[in-house]
Design a protein around this ligand. Structure first.
Ligand code: HEC
Length: 164
């Protein structure tokens, strides 16, 4: 025979389960949004700034080859943090197009995505080595190779169009 307490007990359990699932949804979404903001900040500060130093040296002759060594190393370091900032469930589809430009293809082709991040680590480390040699032409060539293979190599397949 079921006791009153047993029935209440079940009700309380069910209630608790409902509370947990309701409370969890916004928490996960907030975490995701936080991660999206972090990776965009990494792209802007850790990646773009160091990339631009090298680009200005290559295109406008600003800065020094030693500066390129330093910034290419920072770029290579920053690239190692990229993959961890793309957990599943933080792309377009889960978040609106204004919040993120990360395409679902990232998680459909996770191996490919990780490979481009590795390419960036490698090619920017090579850029640092080449820049240490001080040969401008070689720096220009390696910069072009790195940018095409990493920035372009990832943005083209894995980043969607910007929306206002
Ligand atoms: C492994 C993939 C990958 C590589 C390599 C990569 N990016 Fe990105 N980048 C992305 C993705 C995906 C986003 C969109 C992130 C989001 O909106 O959540 C992004 C966003 C950015 C942003 C933020 C602003 C915007 O318009 O989305 C900048 C700036 C940027 N990348 C610059 C660069 C530069 C410069 C390089 C090369 C030196 C580079 N990225 C290499 C994947 C990559």
């Amino acid at each position: 025979m079921k006791s009153i307490a047993g029935v209440f007990g079940f009700g309380a359990l069910l209630g608790a389960a409902l509370t947990i699932s309701v409370a969890n949804t916004p928490a996960v979404a907030a975490d995701g949004k936080d991660t999206i903001e972090k990776r965009i900040a990494l792209m802007k500060n850790g990646v773009l700034k160091n990339y631009l130093y090298a680009k200005k040296f290559v295109k406008d002759g600003e800065g020094t080859a030693e500066g390129v060594v330093k910034h290419a190393k920072l770029l290579s370091e920053a690239s190692k943090d990229v993959v961890a900032l793309f957990p599943k469930g933080t792309g377009r589809g889960e978040f609106d197009d204004k919040t993120t430009r990360a395409l679902p293809k990232i998680w459909e082709d996770w191996t490919g995505f990780k490979a481009v991040a590795d390419t960036m680590t490698r090619e920017s480390a090579i850029l640092a080595e080449v820049a240490a040699g001080g040969d401008k032409e070689a720096i220009v060539a390696q910069f072009g190779k790195m940018a095409k293979a990493s920035c372009g190599g990832c943005h083209k397949p894995f980043r969607g169009a910007k929306v206002k």
